[in-house]
Design a protein around this ligand. Structure first.
Ligand code: FAD
Length: 468
């Protein structure tokens, strides 16, 4: 039976980062197993004809310039020994939060958010400075702190509910597993990541990041196995995983196992019947459009649109909420490899309703997602739908099918296990359900959990592990 020191389940961002760190921390036999044929997980890529698309990526958060101190993205590059330049980051032009009562813009210069808030909410500017000051002292990486309601915290800083809704909207839709609220620690992470550091996109899209991670892992001697789906995690004495059983019939032994597939999903592999945590309720539709000309050149890079007067961040009562959307124009980064105009539109969606559709109704409703997206683009940006060359639509069922996340819950369960520990002494969670979300969050998760549990004091290769 094959024997490994470390096996990582899932070749998403957290799994790849954990694999690299495991090798760098001196572990010999490190394997990543992935049930698909390519890496990337929730944030992968695919090809249609001559066109290549990112599955998810709108934006890499936490933009940093070389030399900027204490920036998570630079710490990730350092921990993984990936040269920053090779990410080829292209910055956003500006992004926009759009509600019926007004618009706030922000860029990778943190002062621009302050200026824009001051214009729309002059009476709230002291509150914003107070919040920024408070966040600068706040330790958002504390793994022990219990859930604190952000909605409640923000009332200590602001009187105007409209501003609270506007500030919350991008952070909720880009990284909350909870409906209509988020943990204040997560808010602090996201506020810094989005409003103070900002957005960029690697030239070449998410594949640029994935290829760098794969190259680094293989260069260190790690092994990656595709089409290798874990079917069960066997345990004799209830406290330790003895072996991994794969769908192809193989069985392996591993000293340490890291799972990025989710909390309940991992638990199910151990054949336990009870659920460890509630299944996440937030899933999305995503429409991708390709137009033949640059039809929306004055548009933001990313628009966080709400046709509602408040942030409606919950599972909608209809198939998808066309009045809540993120609209991403990748061509509006400072450089982009696309020769045509690409637009991506994301709406909150109801998994159960999608699940219960007949195949015929499912196809028809996907068409409705397309039509809603085109109508929004026409209304907000004057985009001419007759210039459409190609489109594709994902639903919560697509997310579930391609990633294994139950109910297509992109941000996993609202209950996070911040220290990654499970009832089994050699099994740890990384990624979405450990608690750090998004591409940068998942990378940080893989790094920090590997540092926490795989640090070997005798290794000569190693560096101080908990820089993060
Ligand atoms: C449509 C969409 C848009 C997004 N946009 C952005 C964005 O613009 N910016 C951003 O920062 N984040 C974005 N995200 C979120 C980001 O993609 C995720 O937070 C992050 O990639 C999660 O990484 P992970 O490693 O935790 O998990 P995953 O990516 O889910 O990785 C888990 C891996 O495990 C594999 N797996 C599952 N079960 C098994 C099994 N039994 N055996 C073997 N392998 C298994 C899966 O195939 C998958 O590859 C987006 C997500 C989606 C879905």
């Amino acid at each position: 039976m094959p024997q490994f020191d470390v096996v990582i389940i899932g070749a998403g961002m957290s799994g790849l980062a954990a694999g690299i760190r495991a090798k760098m921390l001196g572990h010999e036999n490190v394997a990543i197993v992935e049930r698909h044929t390519i890496a990337g997980g929730l944030n992968s890529y695919y090809q249609r004809g001559k066109r290549q698309f990112d599955v998810g990526l709108h934006a890499l958060t936490n933009f940093a310039r070389l030399g900027e101190k204490n920036r998570p993205l630079l710490k990730i590059c350092k921990q993984l020994r990936i040269p920053y330049d090779r990410l080829q980051l292209k910055e956003q032009r500006f992004s926009s939060i759009q509600f019926p009562f007004g618009e706030i813009n922000f860029t990778n210069n943190k002062q621009d958010l302050i200026t824009s808030v001051e214009r729309l909410f002059p009476d709230e500017i002291r509150g914003l400075h107070g919040l920024i000051e408070y966040l600068s002292q706040f330790n958002e990486t504390d793994l022990e702190r219990p859930f604190i309601s952000t909605r409640q915290e923000l009332t200590h800083f602001f009187n105007n509910q409209n501003l609270i809704e506007m500030l919350l909207w991008p952070l909720l839709i880009y990284g909350s597993a909870c409906e209509d609220d988020m943990d204040f620690g997560q808010f602090a992470i996201m506020f810094k990541a989005i409003y103070q550091e900002g957005f960029a996109r690697p030239l070449g899209g998410v594949r640029t990041i994935i290829d760098l991670l794969l190259e680094r892992f293989k260069m260190l001697g790690g092994e990656i196995f595709f089409k290798k789906e874990v079917k069960a995690l066997h345990h004799d004495n209830q406290s330790c995983i003895q072996s991994l059983e794969f769908k192809d019939g193989e069985t392996w032994q591993a000293t340490m196992i890291f799972s990025s597939v989710g909390q309940n999903e991992t638990w199910q592999l151990t054949k336990k019947n009870n659920a460890l945590a509630p299944i996440g309720r937030m899933s999305f539709t995503e429409a991708i459009f390709v137009f033949d000309s640059l039809t929306a050149a004055q548009s933001p890079t990313i628009a966080f649109y709400s046709g509602h007067a408040s942030a409606q961040y919950h599972r909608p009562e209809m198939l998808f909420d066309k009045e809540s959307a993120v609209i991403c124009f990748p061509n509006n980064y400072t450089d982009c490899e696309y020769k045509e105009t690409v637009v991506r539109i994301t709406h909150p969606a109801n998994y159960d309703l999608w699940k219960n559709l007949s195949p015929q109704a499912y196809r028809k409703e996907k068409e409705n997602v397309k039509e809603a997206g085109l109508a929004l683009l026409s209304k907000n940006y004057g985009v001419d739908a007759t210039r459409l060359l190609f489109h594709d639509v994902f639903t919560p069922l697509t997310v579930e099918r391609y990633t294994g996340h139950q109910a297509g819950a992109v941000y996993g369960s609202p209950h996070k296990i911040k220290n990654g520990a499970t009832p089994f002494s050699n099994l740890f969670l990384i990624g979405t359900d450990q608690g750090f979300l998004g591409v940068v969050g998942a990378l940080l998760s893989g790094i920090s959990m590997a540092n926490l549990y795989l640090f070997k004091p005798t290794s000569h290769q190693m560096q101080v592990p908990n820089e993060l």
